[in-house]
Design a protein around this ligand. Structure first.
Ligand SMILES: [Zn+2]
Length: 52
């Protein structure tokens, strides 16, 4: 299983220790369990905002 990391500067999730965009060190995101369902939930919320 790959460890997901998060760049706090870009607010993006990635799998590297260093962010390729800003060069900042990434950290482990606070929620220890990161599931694809969370991503879909976020996506669906955004879709809902768009359709308004
Ligand atoms: Zn970054």
């Amino acid at each position: 299983m790959e460890k997901i990391k998060k760049c706090l500067s870009c607010d993006e999730y990635l799998l590297k220790d260093i962010c390729g965009k800003c060069g900042e060190k990434t950290v482990n995101p606070k929620p220890p369990r990161y599931s694809p369902e969370d991503r879909f939930g976020e996506y669906r919320r955004k879709q809902k905002e768009y359709s308004k």
